[in-house]
Design a protein around this ligand. Structure first.
Ligand code: PRP
Ligand code: URA
Length: 220
């Protein structure tokens, strides 16, 4: 399936390598968290390639020269829970970023996002919001989060995720065509509603990696 120019699926070999480790059912939570952190750093690096810069003067031991400072105020917006694991690595890359949490869970029956946490201040304090969530499945959680940020007044929003289903990309790109989507890999499909006992629950990414929150926090 072809998506628009705002959808960026990483082609980086290290990301492909690490996502394969992440998928492996034998990967334990400690290792899983490490890999989520590493992949997140690489995805954030790709997602911030168009940050604006301001010229500065720098004096090296040898000469005066021109240098650059990034001058965009960045907000990291992890979607609880699973997005939490993406924060620390990215925060090391950009220690001046603000972190604002949005709490949403997906209702298991309806697959609709249910909001339970939002402590955004009254007016926006950042210029670029990076929404962090490893999984973009139906897209409901990401669409709702971007909606919350736009209501808040956010001007520039990018979604950074690790694995997406085509359905989730389509939903997010349709609801918010102005949002860049940076994703590690686009998978095949979502699971349908179960027909018999033992079938996986509906709305999981295939092949995916299972439940990203449970696998990080050891709660599965
Ligand atoms: C997972 C994941 C996303 C959401 C994706 O969270 O981290 O937030 O599902 O699904 P969607 O694209 O269909 O909305 P979940 O709802 O399981 O909550 P948790 O992280 O608290 O376990
Ligand atoms: N949330 C997850 O954690 N995994 C999926 O495959 C879909 C939604």
């Amino acid at each position: 399936m072809e998506f628009g120019e705002r959808v960026h699926a990483s082609q980086h070999p290290l990301i492909k390598h690490k996502i394969s480790l992440l998928r492996d059912v034998k990967t334990e939570p400690k290792k899983f968290r490490e890999i989520v952190r590493e992949i997140s750093i690489m995805l954030a690096y790709e997602a911030t390639c168009d940050l604006s810069l301001r010229e500065i003067d720098v004096t090296t031991p040898l000469a005066a020269t021109k240098g650059y400072h990034t001058n965009e105020r960045i907000g990291l917006i992890p979607i609880l829970r699973a997005g939490l694991g993406m924060v620390d690595g990215i925060w090391e890359l950009m220690p001046g970023a603000e972190v604002w949490h949005i709490g949403l869970y997906r209702d298991h029956r309806t697959l609709q996002p249910v909001q339970y946490y939002n402590k955004l201040p009254v007016t926006p304090t950042v210029q670029l919001c990076l929404v962090l969530d490893p999984m973009l499945a139906t897209g409901g959680s990401a669409v709702a989060t971007v909606h919350i940020l736009k209501e808040w007044g956010a001007q520039r929003i990018k979604f950074v995720g690790i694995i997406a289903a085509p359905e989730g990309i389509q939903a997010l790109a349709t609801a918010h065509p102005d949002v860049d989507i940076h994703i590690g890999v686009i998978d095949e499909r979502l699971t349908p509603a179960p027909e018999k006992p033992g079938d996986p629950p509906e709305g999981y990414i295939v092949p995916g990696l299972g439940d990203a929150g449970d696998r990080q926090f050891g709660t599965g």
